[in-house]
Write a protein that binds this ligand. Structure first.
Ligand code: FAD
Length: 490
């Protein structure tokens, strides 16, 4: 097994490289940290174990959760305030969202949006007003559950999913701009270089890193601070088994290198971790189909309003309901889904009656029928008293009916998108315990001198929930703060 034990500075005869701030990992958090530290005048070196920067950030959808009154929100006709954003996120990322981090994140969100624009990212001032995991258009704004019950009752709804101007997945575009900005600010990067151990001096201060590069050991001295931005640990089966078993057996939302290196190196010198069991998990079920029909468990029962942010119906199903889960829709609802929102999904079973369909699905006789009859009775009056799906989606379901199996993925036969055949995939949200400035704390709540973390290597704004865009969002926001704090660290 690879050792993550610290190396005593006194045993390093001479360091191969020196800098002020050493950033470990060149994803979104690392790029934001490197940019700010270099802009503040620090000599910055970024280590990246892959052949180039990007990480999971570059593969991502590029949705950024921003609000409080951004230019895009205003142009699309929405008034928003940091308070409404805070109230929504506290509820949706809860229970137990980190309120101190969340407050700063919401209060600083408009400035953070402008920071992205200043780095060269463009956001179209147009809105994609349909339920989707990922709009196929270049629209700059989308809903991420803010207008769904119960969230619409606690905060004034405003869409906050900000998207760079590219179709579908835009993470590459964000990373393209942030990496260029960090390099232009003066940050240097050593690729194919995997940090393995922290170097600690006699006073307990982190002063560098030992890394492996092309089979050789290379040592790095950081005069002001080391910032760990190595991502989460979904690719480490042992860590998952220990801390986040909810993700075992599901697909991995990652670049394959999220194996917890930074968390393990820091834990080896006494760093505390937080919320290691908290995960984002997504089921391959189509929001556009579910809002027009329903999501049911193995007993044919609904359990949530289907118009919530899709990650929330995924968690509600996978963590709290007996599976398998089924998307149920009638012919009229299926035909109503715009082709661009259908993602190649076709019915797994079709039937003229609910009795036939529930038999195909292996449900107890009458189970699904009871659910649909009750749903229809209320839908006729434009109501959903059990789960409060928005009235615009309510309509009695009529034969013929279809059931779709989320385990099959989005495109026909696409097992990979279905997350290893389980129908779900995810990533980890827990990580190192940090202050709002990225300082890593030990188990006594004391700062570990010289050590910082941000992104998914750290625990961010999340409690037990996740909303798209909050990972790139808090990774860059707190990455920036860590970069500034490390640059100023004497
Ligand atoms: C397909 C997909 C879609 C997603 N969509 C969204 C979205 O739309 N919005 C959103 O907010 N989030 C999204 N996410 C999640 C989000 O991309 C990640 O949570 C986020 O990018 C994590 O950022 P990071 O900087 O912490 O880590 P990363 O971007 O993973 O960067 C970590 C970097 O550290 C490097 N590294 C690791 N260990 C070492 C080591 N020992 N030494 C040197 N380098 C090391 C890695 O190679 C990597 O480059 C998505 C993820 C995926 C995969």
């Amino acid at each position: 097994m690879r050792s993550v034990e610290p190396v005593a500075a006194s045993t390093v005869a001479a360091f191969d490289h020196e800098c002020d701030v050493l950033v470990v990992g060149f994803g979104c958090a690392g790029a934001a940290a490197a940019f700010e530290a270099a802009s503040a005048g620090a000599r910055v070196l970024v280590l990246e174990r892959a052949g180039g920067p990007g990480g999971s950030s570059a593969m991502s959808g590029g949705e950024l959760y921003l609000g409080g009154g951004t230019a895009v929100q205003k142009a699309c006709g929405f008034d928003d305030t940091p308070d409404d954003m805070f109230t929504y996120l506290k509820a949706a990322l809860g229970p137990h969202a980190d309120e101190e981090k969340l407050r700063l994140y919401c209060d600083g969100s408009v400035e953070h949006f402008e920071w992205f624009r200043d780095r060269g990212l463009t956001f179209n001032e147009s809105m994609y007003d349909a339920p989707s995991w990922m709009p196929p258009t270049q629209d700059g704004l989308m809903w991420l559950g803010e207008n769904a019950w119960p969230y619409d009752t606690v905060a004034r709804p405003a869409p906050r999913g900000h998207r760079p101007a590219t179709e579908s997945f835009g993470g590459w575009m964000i990373m393209d701009k942030l990496v260029a900005a960090a390099k232009a600010a003066g940050a240097a990067c050593h690729t194919d270089t995997r940090a393995a151990n922290l170097v600690v001096d006699d006073a307990g201060r982190v002063v560098g890193v030992v890394a492996r590069q092309y089979g050789e050991t290379v040592t790095y001295r950081a005069h002001r601070g080391v910032i760990l931005t190595t991502g989460g640990f979904v690719d480490n089966e042992e860590m998952l088994a220990q801390h986040a078993p909810a993700l075992l057996g599901h697909g991995k939302v990652s670049d394959g290198l999220d194996d917890g290196d930074g968390i393990q190196m820091a834990a080896a010198i006494g760093a505390a971790t937080r919320r290691m069991a908290v995960v984002q998990i997504a089921m391959s079920a189509l929001p556009a189909m579910l809002v027009r029909g329903m999501l049911v468990n193995a007993l044919g029962q609904r359990f949530i309003n289907e118009d919530v942010y899709p990650g929330l119906f995924s968690v509600a199903a996978l963590q709290h309901q007996p599976g398998p889960y089924w998307a149920i829709v009638d012919e009229e609802g299926y035909e109503d889904i715009p082709a661009r929102d259908l993602w190649g999904v076709r019915p797994t079973f079709v039937a003229e009656t609910l009795a036939e369909l529930e038999q195909e699905l292996g449900m107890p006789a009458g189970a699904l029928e009871t659910t649909v009859v009750t749903y229809n009775r209320h839908a006729e009056r434009g109501e959903d008293p059990y789960f409060h799906k928005a009235a615009k989606w309510l309509r009695p379901l009529r034969a013929p009916f279809a059931a779709v199996d989320p385990r099959l993925g989005f495109n026909p036969g696409d097992r990979e998108s279905a997350g290893a055949g389980s129908g779900a995939s995810g990533f980890t949200l827990g990580g190192l315990h940090t202050t709002v400035d990225g300082v890593v704390l030990n188990n006594s709540g004391q700062p570990i001198p010289g050590l910082y973390a941000a992104g998914r290597a750290a625990s961010g704004i999340h409690g037990e929930g996740y909303i798209s865009g909050t990972s790139l969002g808090d990774g860059t926001f707190f990455g920036r703060r860590a970069g500034l704090a490390a640059a100023a660290d004497a």
